[in-house]
Design a protein around this ligand. Structure first.
Ligand code: VAH
Length: 324
């Protein structure tokens, strides 16, 4: 992996992954793309950046050719909550975008990564320590997109020999980029709220258990998987990975260890709750550990301490309007 093209590079994962890859492989070797540019973003100012709508296949292929990349990391997607408010658009962006990305990878013989999610599971999936191979009948458009994406990536590996790899991410928590319209965004918003208002109105019920991961562990997982020996990978698309699972009342209690006066209230958002209730409580990450040495560093307390150490004092992250 020497020259990398990233789609969705200004998103929640993309903004941290681009920084990490540029630090590791050299700024000029990481070409960031996003459907919109933000002049204020360091990613746009500090290294190669192109505006790319992943639905524009010709431009997608031209960028890969012009920069002579050898790796494609496809992150551009609509997340679960936004996808439920715009399912037809989500299908178009998430599926046509992934197909275009896989076609570019096939045409250019690229190493390929795209994330799946715990959203690829549904109500009939075993909830606790969800196995690597199990029932996948998601009840959200996002989940349908993720299962179809996993199957497409396996197909492109088997049929065309494209070196496709992926992980099923839990909810990701980060401080660099604001939440992006996901069901697990509450776990980020609550950190902003704890620092600013000292109180948070949670859109999920107090006992909603979800698998979560701190972004530094997610970034290391992507890099470790892409650097792994491909001959040892069996469950390529996509590996369960996991580091912690908690409920809103558990993260609130942990926050009160740091901010004793923090108060949590609840106003359940029925759409978000329905999505969250359809997902597993925790994942079994044995295959990722055995096939490419997946590991993690952060648990709940360590993540909170790092978030509060880095989170600038600023307006609480605004929940995406269509979710209110
Ligand atoms: C979402 N943050 O909420 C994403 C993620 C497991 C959740 O896929 O849609």
């Amino acid at each position: 992996m020497k020259k990398i093209l990233i789609t969705g590079a200004l998103g929640q994962i993309g903004s941290e992954l681009t920084r990490a890859l540029r630090a590791k492989y050299g700024v000029e070797n990481v070409i960031a793309t996003n459907d919109v540019a933000s002049d204020r973003s360091a990613i746009v100012r500090e290294g190669p950046f192109e505006v790319l709508d992943v639905l524009d296949y010709q431009r997608f292929l031209a960028i890969a050719e012009d920069y002579q990349v050898d790796t494609l990391i496809h992150l551009a997607a609509l997340l679960s909550a936004v996808a439920e408010t715009k399912p037809q658009l989500a299908w178009k962006v998430n599926m046509e975008g992934t197909m275009n990305a896989l076609e570019v990878a096939r045409e250019r013989d690229l190493l390929f990564f795209t994330p799946s999610s715990i959203g690829a599971f549904g109500p009939s999936t075993p909830k606790d320590l969800t196995p690597q191979v199990t029932i996948q009948r998601p009840t959200t458009m996002y989940g349908v997109n993720k299962v179809a994406g996993e199957l497409l990536c396996d197909y492109y590996y088997e049929r065309f020999g494209v070196d496709t790899r992926g992980v099923r991410f839990p909810g990701l928590i980060s401080y660099l980029a604001p939440p992006g319209g996901g069901t697990t965004d509450y776990a980020i918003e609550i950190c902003y709220a704890a620092m600013d208002a000292g109180t948070y109105e949670c859109p999920l019920s107090a006992d909603t258990r979800l698998d979560m991961m701190y972004m530094p562990d997610a970034i290391h997982a992507i890099i470790d998987l892409l650097e792994a020996d491909g001959s040892k990978l069996v469950h390529r698309n996509a590996f369960n990975i996991s580091s912690m699972s908690f409920t809103p009342e558990e993260i609130a209690a942990e926050i009160r260890q740091i901010y004793p006066s923090f108060e949590m209230t609840y106003k359940v958002n029925p759409m978000l709750q329905k999505i969250a209730d359809s997902w597993p409580n925790s994942l079994d990450a044995t295959c990722a550990k055995e096939e490419w040495g997946f590991s993690y560093h952060y648990g709940l307390r360590g993540m909170l301490e790092d978030m509060f150490a880095h989170l600038p004092e600023r307006q609480p992250a605004k929940r995406t309007k269509m979710l209110m």
